[in-house]
Design a protein around this ligand. Structure first.
Ligand code: SF4
Length: 381
């Protein structure tokens, strides 16, 4: 059934907010937060660790830390607390994006039960299961993801357990990989070019003859699709395949996209049909899915990526994140003098809705609105 992706209009008179039809928390994140807080409640006096940041949201993580939860690694895999300090009666929570088999084994050896406090999202597990299925059929698993992202490392570890696996971070890398598939580049070069992105004993000449593509669930769905289509075409041309024989070389894995990522992205595309003045995207700066929403908006109009309403300093100043350069910037006069002023708003999968509300309220506070936020929200109840 075709879904409706038109944004919700919050009409304050001189200010019109177009809220994406789908935004914010997804099932996996909600589930993980719930399990984490329940674990804290049910285990007074126990040491509780999280393998790494639960989700890419600084406020939620700070809240967990305030409840006594300690993070073992930062988002980039840097060890903050040594595994040597862990005891068998400690609790270690596996975050929503899962973990590697190697880390799981390490914890199990210490005597820590990981299954009980595993918050791995079912949609991430779905990707692992799909990888396993295609691995069993002797396909090599190509993972479209950020090579250092925890979820991609976890998916890579699960895939590499049963099949050769390679990570490609974008279309450019897929194009380079295709050159090895066609024999256009010397195989030896692969090991340098794809360093730390291929499984042990990977053979360029043998392991790129039958492939399937899965993704880090928060990548841009359209990018993954483009990479899969491109590699499929490479296979078709190289092996002269037809629609009937393509599966001999290319596994169909279209169903590994996460519904929340996809819906949030489609809702942004729907929202971008509006002739607006600017877009504000709310979320953690290291959140992959949020940065993809920013990318989509940037193509169309001025876009400000902020982590909370506090970044909107005043009606004329905003501090926002440039995720390409990985730095915060101060922009003056970000609100054009228009009546009505039209602003698109969305948020990433790890952003609590209260933050979006905070951003709306801040914007409303700069405008001589004809309707209060409460009254306006009342119209939707
Ligand atoms: S974005 Fe998707 S895969 Fe990731 S935690 Fe949320 S529901 Fe799960």
């Amino acid at each position: 059934m075709k879904k409706d992706f038109t944004p919700t209009l919050l009409d304050f008179g001189p200010l019109r907010i177009y809220l994406a039809r789908h935004f914010g928390f997804c099932y996996g994140v909600e589930n993980a937060i719930e399990i984490a807080f329940r674990t804290v409640d049910q285990n007074p006096g126990k040491r509780i660790f999280l393998l790494s940041e639960m989700i890419h949201n600084p406020q939620v993580n700070a809240d967990l830390q305030a409840h006594g939860v300690q993070f073992m690694q930062d988002n980039y895999g840097k060890q903050l607390i040594s595994f040597d300090t862990l005891r068998s009666d400690d609790i270690v929570i596996i975050p929503a994006f899962g973990t590697t088999l190697e880390l799981e084994e390490k914890l199990n050896k210490i005597g820590i039960q990981t299954e009980k406090y595993d918050t791995t999202c079912p949609f991430v597990e779905k990707v692992w299961n799909r990888s396993e299925q295609i691995a069993k059929k002797n396909y090599t698993v190509i993972i479209h993801g950020k090579p250092k992202h925890e979820e991609t490392r976890a998916t890579f570890s699960h895939a590499a357990f049963s099949a050769p696996a390679v990570i490609v971070k974008d279309m450019n890398q897929a194009i380079e990989l295709a050159k090895y598939m066609r024999g256009e580049k010397p195989p030896a070069q692969f090991y340098e070019e794809f360093k730390e992105q291929y499984s042990d004993d990977f053979s360029v000449t043998h392991d790129l003859q039958r492939i399937g593509v899965v993704n880090q669930t928060t990548m841009l769905a359209s990018d993954t699709q483009a990479i899969a289509d491109y590699l499929k075409q490479v296979m078709i041309e190289k092996y002269e395949l037809t629609a009937a024989t393509v599966e001999e070389r290319f596994a169909d894995t279209r169903d590994t996209l996460c519904y929340a990522t996809l819906e949030n992205q489609q809702a942004v595309s729907g929202m971008l049909q509006t002739d607006a003045d600017l877009a504000i995207v709310v979320g953690g700066y290291n959140s992959s899915n949020t940065s993809h929403l920013v990318e989509l908006c940037e193509e169309k109009l001025p876009t400000y990526f902020i982590s909370s309403e506090e970044k909107i300093i005043s009606a004329s100043e905003i501090v926002h994140y440039n995720f390409h350069a990985k730095e915060e910037l101060l922009t003056k006069n970000f609100l054009p003098k228009k009546d009505p002023l039209k602003i698109l708003i969305t948020s990433g999968a790890s952003c609590p809705d209260a933050m979006v509300e905070g951003v709306i309220n801040k914007l409303v506070s700069f405008t001589p609105v004809t309707l209060s936020t409460d009254k306006l929200v009342g119209q939707f109840l």
